[in-house]
Design a protein around this ligand. Structure first.
Ligand code: B12
Length: 143
């Protein structure tokens, strides 16, 4: 890597609770890796505490949760709160999967910055992350 090039975006992907739908998270992991991002998969059956700890230990920029079996209105706000409490509120918290539209305002108010529901185009997800990362790098290097 060019010493002057920005470091790649680091993303932690995980699934919370008993949700064992793995296709979406696998598709996202491949798409982000193909776009040059570093992707770590924390695995299935994680708790919000496990994910928050892994996010800090792995020093990721983004935490992405894939959720298809409900429970997201309980687990995602808990994860957002833990990240804030642990001083990691600057990490981007994303979620995707089967999330009813009516839950979106509640989740965004609780600290999930962006939600990509069923049928989202992976190119839109990559573009969103690239734009967020460029903005973050620009704000970090601004005089
Ligand atoms: C395949 C499937 C299964 C397979 C899973 C196999 C596997 N290893 O993944 C099997 C048969 C095992 C299964 C089991 C069950 N399933 Co199922 N399953 C599905 C199905 C048909 C497709 C899911 C899928 O793979 N989609 C393809 C991927 C590519 O799409 P995706 O995951 O949505 O991901 C996209 C976006 O959501 C987004 N995204 C997803 N994750 C992330 C993460 C991030 C960070 C980002 C940015 C974006 C993102 O980007 C992706 C690309 O567009 C859905 C119906 C559906 N149409 O979604 C039901 C569905 C999810 N299942 C459902 C249910 C109820 C179950 C069971 C409870 C059934 C049962 N009674 O046993 C169990 C639960 C098992 C468990 N413990 O979790 C319900 C969930 C209902 C709900 N949430 O309210 C659904 C919606 C079916 C329905 N209409 O009722 N299932």
């Amino acid at each position: 890597m060019n010493a002057f090039a920005p470091r790649p975006l680091r993303v932690l992907l995980a699934k919370l609770g008993m949700d064992t739908h793995t296709v979406g998270v696998t598709v996202i992991a491949h798409a982000l890796r193909e776009a040059g991002m570093e992707v770590i998969f924390a695995g299935l059956k994680q708790t919000p505490e496990m994910v928050a700890n892994a996010a800090i230990q792995e020093d990721v920029d983004v935490v992405g949760i894939s959720t298809l079996s409900a429970g997201h209105t309980r687990t995602l706000p808990r994860l957002a709160a833990l990240l804030r409490e642990m001083g990691a509120g600057d990490k981007l918290l994303l979620a995707g999967g089967v999330i009813p539209e009516e839950d979106v305002p509640f989740l965004t108010a609780a600290g999930v910055q962006k939600i990509f529901t069923m049928g989202s185009d992976t190119r839109d997800i990559v573009a969103y992350l690239q734009a967020w990362w460029s903005e973050k790098l620009a704000s970090e290097t601004a005089p």
